[in-house]
Write a protein that binds this ligand. Structure first.
Ligand SMILES: Cc1cc2nc3c(=O)[nH]c(=O)nc-3n(C[C@H](O)[C@H](O)[C@H](O)COP(=O)(O)O)c2cc1C
Length: 350
């Protein structure tokens, strides 16, 4: 059976469309709406505490009987560099003052929960699919997910990563093109070398591995899905096109207004908010802080330093400071409901 048919059958999908997991930028209602239209909704759970993960999964289940995915960030080694932390705190001071905050806090000595706690919460709820990005899963985590019966989907931005994920035992691979909004999944080589467009990346990964490939990045309509399938993907994973949906109350007002603005706008890949490279709208903060990128601490430390500033900027509607993760197709994001977007794409697919 060809890859596409195998993937669709296993996930009971009517259409080869996956809602991208979007941590902090999607809701259980959005996930369920995509599932109910015959796509695969993915719950972006990476920034949720374990008890919030449980609640969110139950909310998805209350709204749909269809299969869905839960997504986590695979753990990364964290290098604590005191000098970089102090540099970042100094550089952030003027932005803190702009939004009326005093001191840039020191990063917490210990995170309130870790990946293992998140994974335990996910697996207790037995979701049909677990997807992840940023790295391979630790071998023990792979065993636990496998034992739960969930299908496992990893994320690759180059062929070396795709082969490594296949060797580790994933069931499908998201090929994340350079067009994609959000954090880069790169874990082998530099992020610059892996900003590969989907036209080049999907056929290369499809040739390198035997598992089905899911194409992600800049896909906004039926033409994009058809192109992904023609390139050798079994399905298309779509994020930015769903950022403006009314079901997506996780997107704050200034972010929402920006994604619904139909002017073409510059996106760039920077690590100035979280410490990890991500594609986002280039606003004033991104432009100014990018000059200091080499001096900033890594993920998630930088994220802890910027969080209070971002929250205050959101409350004040400051688009020049708020983090807005988007893909290169953002100018075509609409305020249609998720159901309407799914039906439109399916009609366009023919
Ligand atoms: C706001 C936002 C948040 C994202 N968060 C995640 C995430 O939590 N986990 C993940 O695997 N990918 C995440 N991504 C990346 C998507 O999985 C996918 O690669 C991307 O949305 C595809 O490109 P597009 O946004 O142009 O459709 C995110 C993307 C966006 C736009």
């Amino acid at each position: 059976m060809p890859d596409a048919a195998r993937l669709l059958e296993r996930l009971e999908l009517n259409h080869p469309i996956v809602l991208a997991p979007m941590a902090n930028a999607s809701t259980p209602s959005l996930v369920a709406a995509v599932c109910n239209e015959g796509g695969l909704g993915s719950l972006g759970a990476a920034r949720l505490a374990p008890d919030a993960i449980t609640t969110a999964i139950r909310e998805v289940r209350a709204k749909t009987n269809r299969p869905f995915a839960v997504n986590l960030f695979a753990p990364l080694p964290v290098v604590v560099d005191g000098a970089k932390i102090e540099t970042a705190r100094r550089l952030l001071e003027p932005y803190y003052r702009e939004v009326g905050l005093d001191e840039v806090p020191a990063p917490p000595a210990k995170a309130p929960y870790g990946f293992d706690d998140q994974l335990a919460a996910v697996l207790d709820e037995k979701p049909p699919v677990l997807s992840f990005t940023f790295n391979k899963l630790p071998a023990d985590a792979m065993r636990r997910v496998r034992a739960s019966g969930a299908m496992i989907i990893g994320t690759a931005t180059n062929t070396a990563e795709a082969r490594a994920l296949e060797d580790a035992g994933v069931d499908a691979i998201v090929a994340q093109g350079g067009e994609a909004g959000g954090h880069r999944g790169t874990f082998i080589g530099s992020f610059e070398d892996s900003l590969i467009g989907l036209v080049a990346l999907v056929p290369a990964i499809a040739r390198a591995v035997r598992v089905p490939v899911i194409s992600a990045g800049g896909i906004m309509d039926g033409r994009g899905v058809r192109a992904a399938l023609a390139l050798g993907a079994a399905a298309a994973q779509i994020g930015t096109a769903f950022l403006g949906c009314p079901e997506n109350s996780a997107v704050n007002p200034v972010y929402r207004a920006t994604v619904l603005d139909t002017e073409d706008k510059a996106t760039t890949v920077a690590r100035v908010y979280t410490g990890r490279y991500a594609r986002m709208v280039r606003n004033r903060y991104v432009t100014e802080m990018s000059a200091h990128e080499a001096s900033l601490p890594v993920y998630p430390i930088m994220g802890a330093l910027t969080m209070p500033m971002i929250q205050a900027a959101i409350a004040q509607g400051r688009g020049d400071l708020v983090q807005m993760l988007v893909g290169q197709g953002v100018a075509r994001t609409t305020n249609e409901s998720a159901g309407a977007i799914m039906r439109r794409i399916v009609t366009e697919l023919g």
